[in-house]
Design a protein around this ligand. Sequence first.
Ligand code: GLN
Length: 200
Amino acid sequence: MSGIAAPDGHVTIGILALQGAFDAHARMLSRFGVTTTLVRKPEQLDAVDGLVIPGGESTTFLKHLERAGFFDALQAFVHAKPTFGTCAGTILLADEVVGPAQRSLQALDVTVERNAYGRQNDSRVLQAETLLPGGPLEMVYIRAPRILRTGDCVEVLAQREGSPTLVRQGHLLAATFHPELSDDTRVHQLFVDAVRTAVR
Ligand code: GLN
């Protein structure tokens, strides 16, 4: 019920479910024995230990977030608690968005360009080495943003064509691809571990 850690260290992870690819994140997280909650109202943020902001369309997310103080509640959450953004989620977390400029939560010290890899419908599955142990990682890109700049406190865990695609900054993790659409659990494992550490 609450965001306070259960005695056994059990954690509850919210998935922002205003639109976009939240189901696949729920399926992926169910493999780790954590409780997941689909977050559709700002007050639900009080009851989760960590949050996934999924892919989708960042402009549509922003429209939904304009309702009833949701943007402010989300901004406070992502500045304080473990949050994992994928694709549009990364755009929302960024300090600065270009192509075109739009409002963001300004939590992650990066500049991102939307739809930066070509045509609006550009999608691609690539394999690349990352700093995660276990060999190359499959990365599903769907109208992906490109991270143009990272601040000093941002750790780059993977890249595509010289641009960061998986980054970590303290309690924040962000991917410009969709790890929830691959069978590989390593990226979600990293986030679940961060949430478990944070509640301990
Ligand atoms: N192109 C989308 C945006 O700008 C992001 C795409 C995605 O999340 N797969 O918000």
